[in-house]
Design a protein around this ligand. Structure first.
Ligand code: FES
Length: 552
């Protein structure tokens, strides 16, 4: 039992206390997610969405440091925490009027050009109003801790179930791997060397570095950065629950299944009293298992699997397969959802205070893209997976993928084959053929085709929550002849926010494929730019520079 004293701190001046190791967002979630943020352009109310440190729904200022993610930050006694990006408060923000005055959005691409002499003033004002938070409060210059140089034969990125399993298999073969994980530590694993709360990026991209070691930079908030060198890297970074497009899709109370689990903790109550769960598969079934008492309906864009039907029937929860979410109503939180059966069925309203997105889980594949591994599009669930040989080897020598990120269900059955291959580093490296070839259309394809054809009524549909880009702006860009995700990104700023496209890109690829009449791979992909968590320049400057290695 944890006997450490509770943490005492203030949030906007009000005293709070919470148990140690409880993230701030969870400590503030009573019956619904706390309203902590306002959006960048329209100052729309925002609350924790992903719960795992990727989105921009929970940024707060801690002791003068802006943009700390409340869903992963564990408060310490004496912390002074403030919400920002709103005046006078995140609950009542005067600039929230922009959302009302511009119900169809602000045309920043064509507006604010006249009269010419006022343009510099526009720019100054917009710069003041936009952006996340203010610069850090100047304090006594802190000397950044010196960086570390770490050499290991193998680095495993991800210390979840599959990453730890690979680590144990390597241990059994006498190879001690370093595991890097972005989450807080869970149970102690004395047999494994795990560095938690660590974000990883390849430095530089190792494509074509046959026979040389990988270089990774690993950063930890408030701590020193690591320069890690390794012969082999196993990416076991898991997956995440994605977003969905509908009017009001950014309202506080719309959150992912990941977010629901994070805000509830291991055994806590969910951050809602009545929810609609979106999804008809395994993830929706898991939500029913855990939070069934507080679920009022299960809605799926396509079919609902028998495992969900069985659970919902036991709980008396109504099922709505092949149903469109026409709108989430509410302002500072969800009050109800408007649903409509696909095929132009009648719409009906369900009073709920949350929408839990559990319809589509995608791999955390950003590192594989960075490393230059060859990737294949998998139409179900609609995402990119690495091309692998049976041992888990990617097209980049020394780089492996395992578990959910590799396209498997995460079962650790083949970890020993992979570990054997990592240890022997045996060549020749294969030319892995595309491991996944699926011609089935994604069920969201038909869903979005209908959704785009429907009158949308009131309410903004947010295509990119970090940058407040509207679906209509993406449609307009497409109508104007901009083709391909990279060009649309530059035109609209979709995908350029702090989440680096994790939540907007999967839907944008499907949408642009429909709008352009092409396949998602033809629509392209954006360059992955690490890191998605703020790192001080001081910490990076303190990284040791390893001696150059000679090419093999
Ligand atoms: S809810 Fe904290 S980053 Fe998404």
């Amino acid at each position: 039992m944890d006997t450490a004293p509770p943490r005492e701190y203030t949030v906007n001046g009000a005293g709070l206390r919470s148990a140690p190791a409880v993230p701030l967002a969870r400590a503030l979630s009573r019956r619904h997610p706390p309203l902590l943020q306002r959006s960048i352009r329209y100052h729309r109310p925002r609350a924790p969405f992903c719960g795992v440190g990727f989105c921009t729904g929970c940024l707060v200022r801690v002791n003068g440091i802006p943009n700390v993610r409340a869903c992963t930050y564990e408060p310490r006694s004496g912390d002074r925490i403030r919400t920002e990006n709103a005046w006078p408060s995140s609950r009542f923000d005067l600039l929230g009027l922009l959302d009302v005055i511009f119900p169809h959005g602000i045309d920043t691409l064509h507006g604010f050009r006249r009269p010419r002499m006022v343009v510099p003033w526009y720019h100054r004002v917009v710069r003041q109003l936009a952006g996340y938070g203010k610069l850090p409060t100047p304090g006594p210059a802190a000397t950044p801790p010196p960086g570390e140089l770490v050499d290991r034969p193998v680095v495993i990125v991800g210390a979840g179930r599959t990453g730890r399993w690979v680590g144990e298999q390597l241990n059994a073969r006498g190879v001690r791997a370093l595991l890097l994980d972005r989450r807080a530590p869970t149970q102690p694993e004395p047999a494994l060397e795990i560095r938690s709360r660590t974000t990883v990026a390849f430095l530089p991209p190792p494509a074509g570095t046959t026979g040389r070691r990988f270089r990774l930079v690993a950063t930890q908030p408030g701590s020193s950065a690591l320069m890690v060198r390794a012969e082999s890297v196993v990416v076991a970074s898991g997956g995440y629950d994605t977003s969905l497009l509908f009017p009001g899709n950014d309202r506080p109370g719309v959150l992912t299944a990941d977010g629901t689990l994070a805000l509830s903790g291991d055994h806590g109550a969910p951050p809602f009293t009545h929810a609609v769960v979106v999804g008809g598969g395994q993830r929706a079934a898991a939500m029913l298992d855990r939070f069934g008492e507080a679920v009022d309906a299960v809605v799926a864009p396509g079919a609902i699997e028998p495992q969900v039907t069985a659970r919902a029937t036991n709980l008396g929860v109504p099922l709505y397969p092949r149903t469109i979410i026409a709108r989430a109503n509410g302002h500072r939180r969800v009050r109800s959802v408007l649903l409509a059966s696909r095929g132009r069925g009648a719409s009906f309203e369900v009073p709920v205070d949350a929408v839990v997105l559990a319809h589509r889980r995608l791999p955390n594949n950003q590192l594989l893209f960075q490393a230059g591994a060859r990737m294949s599009w998998r139409s179900i669930p609609g995402g990119y997976y690495p091309e692998l040989d049976p041992a888990g080897r990617t097209s980049v020598p020394g780089l492996f993928a395992y578990g959910t990120v590799a396209g498997g269900a995460g079962a650790p059955a083949d970890a020993s084959t992979l570990a054997e291959c990592v240890v022997t580093n045996a060549g020749p490296w294969p030319d892995p053929s595309p491991s996944i070839v699926e011609e089935m259309p994604n069920e969201l394809d038909g869903y979005y085709r209908e959704f785009l054809d429907r009158p949308r009524g009131r309410g903004k549909t947010i295509a990119c929550a970090c940058e407040d880009v509207l679906l209509e702006e993406v449609e307009e860009a497409s109508r104007a002849g901009f083709r391909g995700i990279e060009v649309v990104k530059r035109y609209t700023s979709l995908g350029t926010g702090l989440c680096q496209g994790r939540y907007c890109l999967p839907d944008a690829l499907l949408l642009l494929a429909i709008l352009e009449g092409r396949t998602p791979p033809e629509v392209g992909y954006i360059r992955q730019r690490p890191p998605v968590v703020p790192v001080t320049l001081g910490a990076l400057a303190e990284l040791p520079e390893p001696a150059p290695e000679s090419a093999a």
